[in-house]
Write a protein of this length. Structure first.
Length: 122
């Protein structure tokens, strides 16, 4: 990932040190995207097109915050992953449910441990 690719990314909040995040999940969504790109699953121009489309579709909301931007980022990433056949919508929904159950059932201050449906069946 180079500086030209970062600056070509629509609306990416940047400083001279790199992207700006206000929550850990935003950095994680960014890192997953970069990892999939570096793994050759899509080109950066493909990613820019998906993100641009998501931002354009959602632009009527008039919201402008890092949280909203990275929600668009995540939606674009989910669509690209589905379109590329890297994971189905059902697989992603099951994983989201695994995470939801994990954080709901984890006492405050304890590490979150994910038990998937498969591991629960053992």
């Amino acid at each position: 990932m180079n500086q030209a690719q970062l600056t070509a990314t629509p609306s990416l909040p940047l400083t001279e040190d790199g992207p700006i995040f206000s929550a850990p999940w935003q950095a994680q969504a960014f890192a997953i995207t970069v990892r999939l790109f570096e793994g050759g699953h899509f080109t950066w121009p493909e990613w820019v097109q998906y993100l641009s489309t998501e931002i354009a579709v959602a632009s009527g909301a008039g919201e402008d915050s890092l949280d909203v931007y990275y929600r668009h980022w995540l939606t674009a990433l989910e669509q690209l992953v589905t379109d590329k056949g890297l994971a189905s919508t059902g697989e992603m929904n099951r994983r989201k449910e695994d995470w939801r159950r994990a954080y709901i059932n984890t006492p405050h201050g304890s590490p979150v441990e994910i038990a998937t449906e498969e591991t629960c069946a053992d």
